[in-house]
Design a protein around this ligand. Structure first.
Ligand SMILES: NC(=O)c1ccc[n+]([C@@H]2O[C@H](COP(=O)([O-])OP(=O)(O)OC[C@H]3O[C@@H](n4cnc5c(N)ncnc54)[C@H](OP(=O)(O)O)[C@@H]3O)[C@@H](O)[C@H]2O)c1
Ligand SMILES: C[C@@H]1O[C@H](OP(=O)(O)OP(=O)(O)OC[C@H]2O[C@@H](n3cnc4c(=O)[nH]c(N)nc43)[C@H](O)[C@@H]2O)[C@@H](O)[C@H](O)[C@@H]1O
Length: 320
């Protein structure tokens, strides 16, 4: 890929989009463009067509989406289905019309069936039912994967889909109603450590049973995978991106509790959903293509906690 190619990163202010922007800048790409949702609402088809007509990007990376944790997905099914379809449809179709040479679509590991064999291979897509808490989001993402696959098949263009596992890192969402589990735990353990009563640190309430298993990838590794996909021609349409290892939510809680230094009790709120029991990625296709994750979970959580401490004051506002 030419370092002067015009690359549009949709969602460049988000956790993933901003990491991709930094990674591309570090590699010497000089012609990056992005728009905030206020400047360009990607749900608006005409506005997106006008933007492509004016800017004529050569490459598009789609890191824009309505994103949230298990509760946000469960509580706002319509927005997670419709907004994600609108955003990705407008980006994919405008890219095709504008003759963009490369398109990278970011999906999510929740596209695979709830009870699929583990680890999840790309070929398990559409073989059984989805996890109910996030089927709306998953269906939107599946249509994005299929749209890119159809373009590849019908027009022979290099449109690919990367399926990240659960991500975390700098610029994550730390809002307790809408966030994913890892940033929620960092914030909960930190705030409980700060608020001692009668010489004891406050208890931390976590959701579900703690038994589900999850895999976590640092966002800088994810950005590295996107740069790799940009610089290499892939043979296929769909690639899982993860570390290939997972742990229980209870083990994650104990690790974050140790890193933050909280010494109080943990309570598990069984009225909150567990979600899918396990979604470990089979990452062998990406490994064979020549890419693998580098940042270990403990190291990644430590640096994310440092980032949280430096930016703590900015997390007061509710996103949704
Ligand atoms: N976070 C995870 O654990 C995870 C896991 C797997 C896959 N992914 C995928 O990675 C991608 C990025 O996720 P993220 O975690 O970086 O999310 P994020 O931090 O919430 O960022 C999402 C971005 O999308 C933009 N956006 C949302 N609605 C928009 C609209 N109507 N018009 C224009 N822009 C809009 C936002 O723009 P503004 O900031 O300008 O409002 C924001 O920059 C998504 O496709 C997501 O599905 C994330
Ligand atoms: C990557 C994303 O993963 C999402 O699924 P999913 O891993 O269950 O989403 P998370 O919200 O990360 O939750 C993962 C697990 O952590 C538990 N958990 C425990 N305490 C907390 C807490 O304080 N906050 C949160 N958020 N969870 C908590 C939660 O019940 C669930 O079993 C999907 O809904 C999206 O569609 C997307 O695929």
């Amino acid at each position: 890929m030419d370092k002067f190619s015009k690359i549009y990163i949709a969602g460049h202010r988000g956790m993933v989009g901003s990491a991709i922007w930094r990674a591309l800048e570090n590699k010497g790409y000089t012609n990056l463009i992005g728009q905030s949702s206020k400047e360009l609402d990607l749900r608006n088809q005409q506005a997106v067509l006008n933007f492509f007509d004016k800017e004529k990007p050569e490459v598009v990376i789609d890191a824009a989406a309505r994103v949230g944790g298990i509760l946000a997905n469960n509580d706002f099914p319509y927005q997670f289905l419709m907004e994600n379809m609108q955003i990705q449809n407008n980006l994919i179709d405008s890219s095709l019309q504008a003759d963009c040479q490369k398109f990278i679509f970011l999906g999510s590991s929740c596209i695979y069936p709830k009870l699929a064999p583990q680890p999840l291979k790309e070929e398990y897509l559409l073989t059984a039912s989805l996890e109910p808490t996030n089927e709306w989001y998953a269906i939107a993402k599946i249509t994005g994967v299929k749209a890119c696959e159809a373009i590849r098949k019908q027009f022979g263009k290099d449109y690919i889909s990367l399926m990240p596992t659960n991500l975390y890192g700098s610029y994550d969402n730390f809002d307790l109603k809408t966030s994913h589990v890892l940033p929620a735990m960092i914030r909960k353990f930190h705030e409980a450590k700060q608020s001692t009563g009668k010489g004891k640190q406050s208890t931390v309430t976590l959701w579900g049973s703690g038994t589900p298993m999850r895999e976590f990838l640092h966002v800088d590794d994810m950005a590295d995978a996107v740069v790799f996909a940009l610089e290499n021609q892939f043979q296929d349409n769909l690639y899982n991106v993860g570390t290939g290892t997972d742990l229980t939510i209870k083990e994650l809680a104990e690790l974050i509790q140790k890193i933050v230094g909280h010494q109080g009790e943990i309570i598990w709120d069984s009225s909150k959903p567990d979600g899918t029991p396990r979604k470990l990625m089979d990452v062998s296709k990406m490994t064979q293509a020549g890419w693998k994750a580098k940042i270990g979970l403990e190291e990644g959580i430590k640096s994310t906690y440092q980032w949280f401490l430096q930016n703590e004051d900015s997390f007061k506002e509710v996103k949704m």
